[in-house]
Design a protein around this ligand. Sequence first.
Ligand SMILES: [Cu+2]
Length: 322
Amino acid sequence: MNRKLSAVLLSVFATLLLLILPAQAHEAADIYIDGVWATPCQETNDITSVFMTVDNTAVDHPIALIGASSPFAEHIHLVEGDGSCAEGITERIVIPFGERMNFREASYAIAVEMNELHEAGEPFSLTLTFDMLDNDLNSDGMTVDVVVGVPILDEAPASSDILIVTPWVRPTAMADMSDHDHGEGEHAHDNEEMAMGMPMFPAAVYLRLLNRGEEPDRLIAASSPVAEITEIHQTTVEDDVMRMGEIEGLDLPVDEWMAFEPGGYHIMLVNLQRELFEGEAIPLTLTFESGTELTITVPVYDPTMGGMDDDHDHDHSHDHGG
Ligand SMILES: [Cu+2]
């Protein structure tokens, strides 16, 4: 009797799981993008080529990059071939299941024509739209957006054993993108609000982190030019009261995802030096016990608001030795 009941329950559970699973298969967090950077083209300063590595080993089907957008971009094209900005425009770039595709010069790039709101050399955020494909490379009608921060660099960033994906930080102020009358360069550096005595709240950076190396490592410090002090924090609930406090570091076991997310670990930007506006991106340097120093570019946006794809996947291990 009990056995029969549990068998029924099990099949109900399995059916529910099947209903839930397709949604989980389309998580933004399952498309691993790292090594993002951009360099201005030789011909014009307005067009920059964005390069990166897209890892499609966690999604169980092919995907295709079909577009990109940024509040600081006028036109964006996917480019295939010799790497020059205006040539080889393509509709989509297919990334087969199980592959890591390197967008680099003479292979693939995203050509971004910046608008007048963007100051040359400033990092910006880019929303990449991926189409989910079946095995015949036909669209299944689902798309997933992944937001990345794009630094302007002279050369590709060095690859690292530590993979960091889906970093984000909430904007601290609203930017009026429709208002072009501000004049150039004021979008991210307008200190009016600060001058008016508005308090600057600390901001929290969230991200996911995987130690792909051979040895365990430990995150021991973080820093950013936008904050006077940067601390590694943990939020805990004690007697129904939520507290957060600084922790000395976070162990990174080999091959284990660590999640910095609301309600848990976060990197606290204390005493912000300026407001953070949606669409821009900020540098964040992470220091590890192994001596590795990694500077990532964190897009400023709020995935918990609006149409952005939120990361509901809380299946990753939070285990850490004290
Ligand atoms: Cu905190």
